[in-house]
Design a protein around this ligand. Structure first.
Ligand SMILES: [Zn+2]
Length: 195
């Protein structure tokens, strides 16, 4: 992979995140995997929705997610967050990232690079974005969610996901995910326009 897939613009921010996967091969945000509208559709930007009103009826959902004073938006980690936990000079967010990133790398059925664009709010360990599309994906059959979801790697699932989203899909073991993400990011960075 050397370019961002359509519909991501070439200037999109590249970050990483985890997804849940349906047996039909559709990606879903882990918090919305039972919700059809939470599925990421092929060839279309995934649009942020504000769920503030669903969790707390007294709150009004943001009209244009990601909202400044909310936690909505499509979440993804900064690429640097992969390195923070091993830095000699700790950054303040390192402990949080270690927990969060570690939990995602241990539990999610899919990890990958994700292009973010539209309104993108940067925070301590990553981003909340208005629009997103996967850029490279890895299925992790030894992850917790993968086993819980009853997914079967033998039935050509990786090929199906690649055909649905038109992005490269690897199958890796969970411990390999951080180095795989770094490799994919380096490949992508080689051919990207410098901002
Ligand atoms: Zn919101």
């Amino acid at each position: 992979m050397t370019t961002l897939p359509a519909p991501a613009p070439p200037t999109a921010t590249v970050a990483w995140r985890g997804w849940a996967l349906t047996p039909s091969g559709l990606l879903a945000s882990s918090t919305q995997k039972g919700v059809a509208s939470g599925h990421w559709l092929p060839d279309l930007p995934h649009e942020a929705r504000c769920l503030a009103g669903e969790r707390d009826p007294s709150r009004t959902p943001c009209e244009h997610p990601p909202g400044e004073d909310c936690d909505c938006g499509i979440h993804a980690f900064a690429l640097e967050a992969l390195d923070w936990t091993t830095r000699a000079d700790p950054v303040p967010a390192a402990a949080l990232v270690d927990d969060l990133a570690g939990a995602i790398l241990r539990s999610m059925s899919v990890v990958g690079l994700c292009a973010l664009w539209g309104e993108v709010i940067e925070h301590a360990w990553g981003f909340r974005a208005e629009l997103a599309y996967p850029a490279a994906l890895a299925l992790i059959p030894d992850s917790l969610l993968y086993r819980m979801e009853g997914l079967d790697i033998q039935d050509g699932l990786a090929e199906r996901v690649a055909a649905i989203y038109h992005v490269p899909v690897s199958v890796i073991e969970g411990y390999h995910a951080p180095s795989w993400l770094r490799e994919q990011a380096a490949l992508l960075a080689e051919d990207r326009p410098t901002p």
